[in-house]
Design a binder for this molecule. Structure first.
Ligand SMILES: Nc1nc2c(c(=O)[nH]1)N[C@H]1C(S)=C(S)[C@@H](COP(=O)(O)O)O[C@H]1N2
Ligand SMILES: [Mo]
Length: 422
């Protein structure tokens, strides 16, 4: 039998501790038999949750991230010599930083391969010694229902490289793209306002040129040797196989992702989803449920669940169930171990949002990361039910508000079946 993914073990451990406390307090004597079987529970859920299981080890090993990569062929599938030739290995990697010919920014020192001024790996590592930063971030595709993975990303702030070009004026936007088989049709480009690059608002970490994920060099699939990582944004801003930065006086976005109707200025949303729930449970038995939340730019105050008979009609005048009787779930403590392939499970020395003395998070849950939750709902008569879960962000907005629009990132209220049997 395959070993249980570490993320699920950690999630079970955290949630068992939670359920154990409840049982010890006498509140849930009936839960004990279930708890005793916790290690094998619930197989039907394990199958349903398969794609999540890897994320349950708090950090996701980089090989196990969900992968969103364009390119024919994918850059990381090129033969080794070809990678060497096109700059997809650390030794051959070069980063150019130039002015936009269409909307020129006034820079004194473009960084180009031709002039021998492009940034290479040794130079980046030199900069890293002085400027490297690490931060936790959940990677999520704007269009995906589930996060791709949770990582600690390490890199050099993009602004350090922008300053090297000695910009003078007429600089309003930074575009960047990765290797794309030299085919304009395969170009994948994102962009940011210069202000976001030079300054970090609201305690955010900087935008980085990232070369490590969970303490290990970034692999080809994750965008190595170097990718952009934008802390507060959906995945499409974090361009992989980064090779070119264009400094522009254009005043608006021109991201590849704008085609496809995506909202390219959207910050990550907060949402909740269940992970382990009995698909079938006996009438009258307490119903244990665990899950995770993505903590977006607006933070996370709490997670709530609502278990309704399947026959319940969706209220026409209250499509987000704002008037329903939601039950608060319990947010679980930060994990004791981090997983994700971190060598010796040791976090890098200085991680944004972590206390350097204790190595523990300063606040919990942290924005732009994942939090786990658990709850036990009272037993119900036999029948078919629908479980809903939702988050309330730190500003008090219940999911899917304040921005319910699908193309600015998914955060629909979860709907999943639960069967209660005699
Ligand atoms: N060069 C390049 N960068 C890219 C992409 C791509 O296709 N090409 N996909 C983007 C999208 S849409 C997402 S969601 C993230 C996914 O990151 P991951 O594959 O490391 O999980 O990478 C982004 N960076
Ligand atoms: Mo994406």
């Amino acid at each position: 039998m395959a070993a249980e993914p570490l993320m699920l073990q950690e999630h079970r451990r955290l949630s068992r501790r939670f359920f154990g406390q409840l049982a010890a307090g006498g509140a849930l004597g009936m839960l004990l038999p279930w708890q005793a079987r916790a290690a094998e529970l619930p197989p039907e859920c394990a199958a349903a949750c398969e794609s999540f299981l890897k994320q349950l080890e708090y950090l996701t090993p980089q090989e196990e991230f969900g992968n969103v990569s364009r390119g024919t062929p994918r850059p990381y599938d090129l033969p080794e010599e070809k990678k060497q030739e096109v700059g997809l290995t650390p030794e051959s990697w070069r980063l150019e930083v130039v002015s936009d010919p269409d909307d020129p920014a006034d820079i004194e020192q473009p960084l180009t391969v031709e002039a021998g001024t492009a940034i290479d790996w040794d130079e980046l590592m030199k900069m890293a010694k002085q400027h490297a930063v690490s931060f936790p971030k959940i990677m999520t595709c704007n269009n995906g229902g589930r996060p791709l993975g949770m990582g600690i990303w390490e890199g050099v702030p993009l602004r350090e490289i922008v300053w090297r070009t000695r910009p003078q004026q007429n600089l309003r936007r930074v575009f960047y793209n990765g290797f794309h088989n030299d085919d304009p049709k395969q170009l994948f480009r994102s962009s940011l306002p210069i202000g976001r690059v030079l300054e970090d608002p609201f305690d955010l970490p900087p935008v980085i040129l990232c070369y490590k994920l969970n303490g290990q060099l970034l692999n080809g699939e994750r965008g190595g040797p170097v990718r952009m990582v934008v802390p507060e944004a959906y995945g499409f801003k974090s361009v992989k196989w980064l090779q070119r930065i264009v400094l522009s006086n254009l005043f608006h976005a021109n991201d590849t992702y704008a085609s496809g109707n995506n909202d390219v200025d959207s910050g990550m949303k907060t949402f909740a989803h269940s992970l382990l729930k009995p698909e079938k449970i006996k009438a009258g038995q307490p119903i244990p449920i665990t899950g995770y939340a993505q903590v977006g730019i607006s933070g996370l105050k709490k997670v709530q669940t609502l278990l309704l008979p399947k026959s319940t009609e969706w209220p026409q005048d209250d499509p987000y169930y704002t008037q329903a009787d939601w039950t608060d779930a319990h947010l679980l403590d930060p994990p004791k171990t981090w997983g994700g392939g971190l060598p010796d499970d040791r976090l890098p020395d200085k991680v944004h949002g972590f206390d350097p003395a204790t190595g523990r998070p300063q606040n919990w849950p942290m924005r732009m990361t994942m939090a786990h939750w658990a709850t036990v709902l009272p037993g119900l008569p036999a029948g078919e039910y629908t479980l809903h879960s939702r988050s309330i962000d730190a500003n008090g907005y219940a999911q899917p508000m304040p921005r319910p629009f699908r193309k600015s990132g998914r955060n629909v209220i979860e709907e999943t079946p639960v069967q209660i049997v005699e």
